[in-house]
Write a protein that binds this ligand. Structure first.
Ligand code: SF4
Ligand code: MSK
Length: 649
């Protein structure tokens, strides 16, 4: 309806966001939620993926009257090219993040890392064993340097396939080899994607799409996997840790500093600097009681997983955090940081600080982070925030009374330990629970928020449905933060909502039914966990045979497309809560939804209704269980109208 007025309660699931949307309205602030209204009804062609501006004979768009672009490209070629460029963008983002970490590790291992050290020697040695680097009796720095050589080649290798692929089950490796989608170096894959999609090169949609999966594999079994491992080495492998979430974590009388983006290097140092007695004294001298350091998006997830630093919110809450009027400084690094932030901050006292030369924002204060003098840089930023605190206007402050406790920190190592104990850490109890049917399967719920959908609604409804039906849920990124805000990352609340089988297992081994595995690059941990299940035995030798599904309910980023592609290429079905921009080509859509089943044993589904998605997940898991010969008839009630009303859908 053209004049339909959208209520803020229909825009967001959590009360803190609704309150701040109301405040934004009063303060005359536009946000992604309201700007979205201005963009509605536009981009029909963009959505179908049939627009091309790859060369300047165009731009071209395909219509029934004009079925070919100026060069003769048809809808299949244009849609597939656009899709591949998106995958390349997502892969580049994750992998460049991984590259920065590898270079940092190398400088640390060479003794040139300034304030950074190798925090987790066990992770170095674990990594060395996985990649075949001799480690016994060797100094940790020497081993780390050798590992870095391999990691750097993961980016630069020209004709060698990625070493990280060898961490996958053999079946996957063979499948990738047979299909010719084993990636060479990540940089080559991304460059080749750009080359193939430029004017007059690759016009075969199948060939283009296969390269999309190949490029995505370079992300999941390359850049992202390496990023997670190197983060563990430098900053520590996550272990279960308690913390808090949502905008209510901001202090009324504290200097509030938020870190936002994806790269953990600066925020790790800020965590150290915020504890410094000299810095705390300065905050007190400015009239504050303390310093509150918290995070948004995946930088939040990184420091949450390792330090228990609270999470202020997920992607669509970045602007709302500023609208509280209680944030002194919002420090952005790379990815998912909105260019609108400085404009909103101008209405309050908040300072937006960009910290990396490759990611500047007009209106932000740019202070390039000196990695060689990291602690001093971090202290400098906090001192600046303390000065800003003096300018806070109490009349403009609204800190919602909304925060929840949470438990995060579930690396694969931590899960293994919890399942089996330190002497026999293993996935055996989980495999047995899946085989016996106490746990029906495992679902990874990942990805962003998107103002096209009510913030967090899909993620929260689906999560509840799944754990109620004895399905273990693994979460990362902004999806994990959604569950945290709902209270579902505390064992107490989640166990209450879990089905009897899942509850029994979780109580017996001491894990919650919803596990927070980390940031977006940590989706590679989900593949790692799935591989561990295969290696443990009893559930076949093929990731494609596992009763496991991935869901990206509210995704918006190119990175999510790359993640979806590497999940599918690894044999895991993926359900999208909103569709790809590929509907303009039946052939491309069919390839992604159907042909991938023959190639990889998995495919993409789109389901905009979370309850229908839950039904689809049951069907997919049942089919996998049937094939494995472990499906037992269990009574499953289909949702009736009463159930749907209870969910407010
Ligand atoms: Fe048009 Fe072809 Fe150029 Fe694309 S590459 S803009 S379809 S002429
Ligand atoms: S931060 S990519 S909005 S999950 Fe990783 Fe959230 Fe999506 Fe960014």
């Amino acid at each position: 309806m053209a004049n339909e007025v959208i209520q803020n309660k229909d825009r967001a699931w959590d009360i803190a966001s609704v309150q701040l949307l109301d405040k934004a309205e009063k303060d005359g602030i536009s946000s992604a939620f309201t700007r979205r209204e201005g963009q509605k009804g536009q981009g029909g062609f963009g959505k179908s993926g049939v627009c091309c501006k790859i060369c300047h004979m165009g731009p071209c768009r395909i219509t029934p009257k004009a079925p070919r672009g100026v060069c003769g490209a048809n809808a299949d070629t244009i849609v597939a090219r656009n899709f591949l460029r998106e995958v390349a963008g997502g892969t580049a983002a994750h992998s460049d993040h991984g590259r920065h970490l590898v270079l940092k590790l190398r400088s640390v291992a060479e003794g040139k890392g300034g304030d950074y050290v190798i925090k987790d020697e066990a992770a170095v040695r674990r990594g060395a064993r996985a990649y075949g680097v001799p480690e016994e009796g060797r100094p940790v720095n020497e081993v780390a340097i050798d590992l870095c050589k391999i990691f750097i080649e993961e980016f630069s290798s020209q004709e060698e396939t990625l070493a990280t692929l060898k961490l996958a089950p053999e079946k996957q490796q063979k499948r990738w080899k047979n299909l010719g989608v084993e990636p060479f170096g990540i940089d080559r894959m991304v460059v080749e994607s750009m080359h193939r999609t430029t004017m007059g090169v690759d016009h075969d949609y199948k060939n283009l799409l296969l390269h999309a999966f190949r490029t995505a594999l370079a992300d999941g079994w390359g850049g992202s996997r390496v990023a997670s491992l190197v983060s563990d080495i430098l900053f520590g492998t996550p272990n279960p840790v308690r913390s808090e979430v949502n905008l209510g974590i901001l202090g009324k009388d504290t200097v509030n500093i938020l870190v936002h983006g994806h790269e953990p290097a600066l925020s790790e140092m800020l965590a150290v600097a915020a504890m410094d007695p000299e810095i705390k004294a300065l905050a007190k001298a400015a009239g504050a009681t303390d310093i509150t350091l918290a995070g948004i998006c995946c930088t939040a997830n990184e420091v949450l997983m390792r330090h228990g630093i609270p999470v202020a919110g997920n992607f669509l809450q970045q602007e709302l955090a500023v609208v509280t009027g209680a944030v002194e400084m919002l420090i952005v690094d790379v990815q998912c940081c909105m260019p609108s932030l400085p404009e909103i901050a101008a209405a309050y006292h908040t300072e937006i600080v960009s910290t990396t030369d490759m990611a500047k924002t007009v209106g932000a204060h740019h202070q390039a982070f000196d990695e060689h003098d990291a602690l001093a840089s971090a202290k400098g930023l906090i001192k600046r925030a303390i000065e800003t605190y003096k300018r806070r206007d109490p009349a403009k402050v609204l800190i919602p009374d909304a925060k929840r406790p949470l438990v995060a920190g579930f690396s694969v190592e931590a899960i293994k330990y919890m399942l089996g104990g330190s002497f026999r850490a293993s996935f055996r109890p989980l495999n047995d629970a899946i085989i016996s049917g106490r746990i029906k399967g495992v679902v990874g719920i990942v990805g962003c928020n998107n103002p096209k959908q009510k913030l967090d609604a899909y993620m929260n409804i689906l999560t509840r449905e799944l754990i109620k039906a004895d399905i273990l849920v693994l979460k990362t990124g902004c999806a994990a933060i959604a569950s945290a805000k709902e209270g579902m990352l505390t064992p107490e609340m989640a166990l209450e909502a879990a089905g009897p089988g899942l509850k029994e297992i979780c109580e017996a081994v001491g894990i919650p039914p919803v596990l927070h595995l980390g940031s977006c690059v940590d989706n590679s941990r989900i593949l790692e966990a799935a591989s561990e299940i295969i290696f443990e035995g009893g559930l076949g030798d093929d990731l494609a045979g596992l009763p496991a599904v991935g869901v990206a309910p509210e995704w918006m980023s190119e990175k999510a497309i790359a993640i979806g592609c590497y999940f599918v290429a690894s044999g895991t079905d993926v359900i999208l809560g909103n569709p790809f921009y590929t509907s303009g080509s039946e052939n491309v859509s069919n390839f992604l939804a159907e042909e991938t089943k023959n190639l990889f044993g998995a495919s993409f589904y789109t389901e905009e209704d979370p309850l229908k998605a839950a039904e689809l997940i049951h069907q997919l898991l049942d089919a996998k269980r049937e094939k494995l010969g472990i499906n037992k008839k269990s009574e499953r009630k289909l949702l009736d109208m009463k159930d749907r009303r209870a969910h407010g859908v």
